[in-house]
Design a protein around this ligand. Structure first.
Ligand code: GLA
Length: 361
């Protein structure tokens, strides 16, 4: 056996249970140390941003083409990541086809007119929008083009699609919990835009690919029942395969018990589960702070293995970033954060040892 094959590896340790993933960016795959670490420890990747509509859509080319439904695409970053995954035998969970965030407002307007998203939020989602019918046609065209491009150019690489992200938000939602601050909600309405996205995804997916609904805080008491209702609605048409539990956690919230309770409720519907965006905001970089982080990760992975042993199909857990240097959390939380398993200079942390130890128990 070569030394590389004998080296400890997260994904090999978790092979009996589920895939281990990381959210990455295409340009970083040119860095040999970063690339080596990904290939050694992960058998799944997700694009942190590069597979989102704002990164895939090309407004200039759309305007030039002069059609009212068909958008133009720039697949260069998507292709770079998919080629990296294919060449290194790594699976991809594609994030994301339909989301209120990181989708340009021009996707929804008459004549592809551009409006800053913040302006929409300020004026209560008023703009020169195209008709509901046109927007639904654009949605189907977008999903068709993205899925067929990916599956034709990189057959067998994507194993799961996030079809819709974050459509439920009871704090800014309607009676059924659907998020109202969304151009999808304002123009098509919910659950209609969600059903339409899943119907299109089901039509264009390749055999064996799973379709996911993905959301954050999906263990919260005010959010969980609404998500369960939506999943049941999708299941009634056989449109959804799994629930994506984002999992951006804090050190003291939510409890692992509440994550487990929610996961069991999703599992009881007969759905597969994926932890899709795992990080634990930890502002304390001291040895004691990082030991506490390691213990929290251990309890979380213990819980995932318990679910798996109880027959719930947890099939991947994806960290949101590779090293502490890549994490979005310092920017988002406006605080220091040391949330992941690798340091900024790509050394393993106590949290890494703890997650490995859980698999090896
Ligand atoms: C949400 C989205 C992700 C990402 C994170 C923040 O969870 O689903 O794509 O944008 O926010 O990094």
């Amino acid at each position: 056996m070569s030394d590389a094959c004998k080296a400890p590896s997260l994904f090999k340790a978790y092979e009996p249970y589920f895939r281990i993933g990381a959210a990455i960016n295409s340009w970083k795959t040119d860095d040999p140390a970063y690339k080596a670490l990904i290939c050694r420890h992960f058998n799944s990747i997700t694009a942190e941003n590069e597979m989102k509509p704002e990164s895939v859509l090309d407004r200039e080319a759309t305007l030039k083409a002069g059609d009212s439904v068909r958008t133009a695409f720039d697949f260069s970053r998507v292709d770079k990541l998919l080629a990296f995954a294919r060449d290194n035998g790594i699976g991809v969970r594609f994030h994301v086809l339909c989301w209120h965030g990181q989708t340009p407002v021009w996707f929804f307007t008459e004549g592809w007119e551009d409006v800053p998203f913040e302006e929409l939020v300020k004026n209560g989602f008023k703009a020169n929008f195209a008709s509901r019918e046109t927007i639904l046609q654009r949605q189907e065209y977008y999903i068709r083009e993205v899925m067929t491009h990916v599956n034709n150019a990189f057959p067998g690489v994507v194993y799961a699609w996030d079809v819709v992200n974050e459509a439920i938000d009871p704090d800014q939602g309607n009676a059924k919990g659907y998020r109202e601050k969304s151009a999808w909600f304002a123009n098509v309405g919910a659950p209609d835009f969600i059903l339409a996205a899943f119907r299109a995804a089901k039509k264009y997916k390749a055999p064996g690919q799973q379709l996911y609904y993905n959301d954050y805080n999906c263990y919260e008491d005010n959010k969980l029942p609404h998500i369960l209702d939506l999943l049941k609605l999708l299941q009634a048409e056989d449109l959804v395969d799994g629930m994506g539990m984002q999992g951006h956690l804090l050190m003291d919230w939510p409890s692992v018990e509440s994550c487990e309770k929610a996961a069991r409720a999703y599992g009881a519907l007969g759905l597969s589960l994926q932890v899709t965006e795992l990080d634990i905001h930890c502002p304390d970089g001291s040895a004691a702070g990082q030991k506490a982080l390691a213990e929290r990760y251990a309890a979380y992975f213990d819980m995932l293995i318990r679910l798996k042993k109880d027959g719930i199909d947890v099939n991947s857990a994806t960290f949101w970033g590779l090293s502490d240097r890549d994490s979005w959390l310092p920017g988002f939380r406006k605080s220091e954060s040391y949330p992941l398993l690798f340091t900024g200079d790509l050394q393993t942390k106590p949290a890494y040892d703890a997650v490995m130890a859980v698999a090896e128990k």
